[in-house]
Design a protein around this ligand. Structure first.
Ligand SMILES: *Cc1c(COP(=O)(O)O)cnc(C)c1O
Length: 352
């Protein structure tokens, strides 16, 4: 048995893999593979519509918010967001909480002015900034709700009068939030809601069309909204697998139910990290991520041995990111608590 702690692409429910595999051979008893079906057929349109409406339902979105499944990873949104929302003379506010935020900042600078209103860079991104102000005239304020590489997470959503925008790639649908408080949310699917190759974008349509820059057709959110997320050929298989994962989440009880499980998993692992004198958590306790748990061994010489010991128990994907070293265990929605228990047991037996 393999226990998959990969950071992304990452674990999805087994039943989703089974259903996806079956649909590759014979989609809904049509005699056709999901891979050879026209995207404008009623069969695929139904998939896209169900995926969009499941997101709407699970996130409890109001009528002003539109749901899109777009090509490209979250990195495409680093560019598409400012291209749609920022004129050259405008300023956008960004919180710099890690590698992904800084990449978003770099792209935004191509389109307008960027005000980095807070940064945890000096502290090696081990915490979430808490003392900052966002200028009223900033067009929007961008945060990365969960910092996948460093293992920090905004525990609550900052209160601001500005239009709030979030990269939720690694904690989308993992906890209850007032999603309507955001004017735009984006997430590469491959961390918590599906396979690589598609982005979820949730956007308040009232913020669009406010800038003068001409926007290339395929980059303009309004065109995707008008065409019900079928402006061109969507990544059909990735959307289909997202839909299956969203169905799975709904059947489980939705975001409230998964949040409860995610808290139990994170508590189980952090408790062991804090209890076991061989290990230390790397980030500020108050800012700990429930999705990506980063820790090191007090004796770095033992890390290789622990990796081997964990591997022998079927544990994969806990080697830390190349930038931060040590270990990172990703506890995404589909990871069962039994896998976390196996990791905790491995930490205990290694001690002996
Ligand atoms: C993985 C990740 C990205 C990059 O996603 P791509 O789909 O590879 O472009 C961006 N932001 C966050 C928070 C991530 O975890």
């Amino acid at each position: 048995m393999v226990h998959n702690f990969n950071a992304g692409p990452s674990i999805l429910p087994k039943e989703v893999f089974e259903q996806a595999a079956a649909a590759v051979l014979n989609f809904n008893d049509s005699g056709l593979s999901i891979l050879e079906l026209g995207h404008r057929t009623p069969e695929f349109s139904a998939v896209m519509e169900e995926a969009r409406s499941l997101v709407r339902e699970l996130m409890q979105l109001d009528d002003q918010h539109e749901v899109l499944f777009l090509h490209g990873g979250a990195s495409t949104q680093f560019m598409q967001v400012p291209m749609n929302l920022l004129d050259a003379k405008d300023t956008a506010a960004y919180a710099d909480t890690g590698v992904w935020s800084s990449k978003a900042i770099k792209e935004a600078k191509l389109f307008g002015k960027v005000d980095i209103v807070c940064s945890s860079k000096e502290k090696n991104y081990k915490c979430i900034p808490n003392d900052f102000a966002v200028p009223n005239d900033a067009r929007y304020f961008h945060i990365t709700t969960n910092n996948t590489i460093y293992g920090t997470q905004w525990q609550s959503i900052p209160k601001t009068s500005n239009s709030l925008i979030a990269d939720m790639s690694s904690d989308i649908l993992s906890r209850q939030l007032d999603f309507n408080a955001f004017d735009l949310i984006y997430a590469g699917a491959q961390k918590n809601m599906g396979p690589a190759g598609v982005n979820l974008v949730v956007v308040n349509k009232n913020i669009l069309g406010k800038i003068k820059r001409p926007i290339p057709t395929i980059m303009d959110y309004r065109n995707h909204i008008n065409e019900c997320s079928m402006l061109n050929t969507p990544p059909v298989f990735a959307v289909y697998v997202c839909m299956l994962t969203l169905r799975w989440l709904k059947a489980l009880g939705g975001v409230a139910a998964i949040e409860k499980k995610n808290i139990e998993k994170a508590d189980l692992l952090y408790d062991e990290i804090d209890r076991n004198e061989l290990f230390t958590g790397t980030v500020n306790k108050a800012d700990r991520s429930k999705m990506n748990v980063c820790f090191v061994m007090n004796d770095p010489m033992l890390e290789k041995d622990f990796l081997d010991h964990a591997k022998a128990q079927g544990i994969v994907g806990i080697k830390g990111h190349r930038l931060s070293g040590g270990f990172r265990a990703s506890l995404y929605n589909a990871l069962p608590i039994s896998s976390v228990q196996v990791l905790v047991d491995a930490m205990k037996t290694f001690k002996k």
